[in-house]
Ligand binder design. Structure first.
Ligand code: SF4
Length: 339
């Protein structure tokens, strides 16, 4: 059995960032209002220790900034604070997020010497137009180079992409996904753009220079992107920003923010698969669909939206969902009867 894994997050909001990406206000997104120091690292580990069983693999994660762009001495102070816990086995590994243009051989050697095993790279887009319009300050080639270097050195690589950025189109997002697949990451996170207050994007939206990427736009697009990754054996480990009190309380002014965004996407994927299965069904029939255990709510959809839309699309008399013995994600027609 795989041991349970918990993440102990430590936020370094905006630390190290050489510029301001138009969509970013890490303080509001992460809910943390100042970057952590070495005392915070120790306190986070100590307070998490009592909350999980000894057999659980605990991973320390530095999130919310560009860790490897922080001055080297500061990076070392933070990592050194965690080192005794790594050596004693209380922390099984360390992960951190950073920018693709802040990875080189020297940085990689430092990370390896402090027990970092996973690096998350914010690729965001592989389209030059989108990267420029979002003021990312790096190129798609930086992402390719950093990803290859990290894989060569044995790191677990997580790539992050966004949809709906300025100058983005569905085609450019699909291109980004296909380019990221070529880099063979161990997982991806997909963050549809949210318009957060106190960002350049918020001002662009207010001036009418940016059109909102709505929850609906993002669900439809991610329902195409997620299967691309999954069919290439790449897990999608996060869909949409983590909900926080600040974002839900109004900091997310518009855009693709929904506390259950991932569920909406998987539910749309189920709806599309069911529509494909039902496409030759005669009108007026009673249909029972089988899904894997625990997946009924995804198939049914929020407020039964999938049932309502499939019944209407195919003129069904009734449509029911039962849990059955099928692989996770599959759907099977259990019965079709003329009503
Ligand atoms: S590099 Fe990351 S943390 Fe820094 S401004 Fe851009 S999105 Fe925000």
């Amino acid at each position: 059995m795989t041991p349970k894994r918990v993440i102990i997050p430590v936020f370094v909001p905006h630390a190290g960032c050489p510029n301001d990406c138009v969509f970013c206000n890490q303080r509001r997104i992460s809910g943390a209002h100042r970057p952590a120091d070495e005392n915070d690292v120790v306190a986070a580990i100590e307070s998490a220790k009592g909350k999980f069983r000894p057999e659980t693999a605990a991973e320390l994660a530095f999130y919310g900034g560009s860790f490897t762009a922080i001055p080297a001495e500061e990076q070392e102070r933070l990592l050194r604070a965690a080192l005794p816990f790594v050596r004693s086995g209380e922390i099984s590994s360390i992960r951190l997020s950073t920018r693709p243009d802040c990875i080189d051989e020297e940085i990689i050697d430092r990370l390896l010497s402090f027990g970092v095993t996973t690096v998350e790279l914010g690729a965001q887009s592989m389209s030059p137009e989108v990267l420029a319009a979002s003021n990312r300050g790096h190129t798609a080639e930086d992402t390719r180079r950093a990803a290859r270097l990290l894989k060569e050195k044995g790191f677990s690589l997580i790539l992050q992409m966004m949809t709906g950025l300025p100058e983005d189109t569905p085609e450019r997002s699909l291109y980004t996904a296909s380019e990221l697949i070529k880099l063979e990451p161990d997982g991806v996170r997909i963050y549809p753009t949210v318009i957060v207050r106190d960002t350049e994007l918020y001002d662009m939206w207010k001036r009418g220079e940016y059109r909102e990427h709505t929850v609906r736009d993002a669900v439809e697009l991610c329902a195409e992107i997620v299967p691309m990754f999954l069919s290439n054996g790449i897990p999608v480990i996060r869909l949409g920003l983590n909900p926080t009190d600040d974002l839900s309380g109004g900091d997310a002014a518009a855009g693709a923010y929904h506390p259950a965004f991932g569920e909406l996407v998987y539910s749309e994927i189920y709806r599309r698969s069911a529509a494909e299965l039902l496409k030759n069904t005669k009108r007026g029939t009673d249909v029972v669909l089988g899904v894997a255990r625990g997946k009924t709510s995804l198939m049914v959809g929020q407020k039964r939206c999938n049932i309502v839309s499939l019944k209407e699309q195919f003129g069904l008399n009734s449509l029911k969902v039962r849990e059955t013995d099928v692989p996770d994600g599959d759907i099977k027609i259990l019965s079709i009867e003329k009503g």
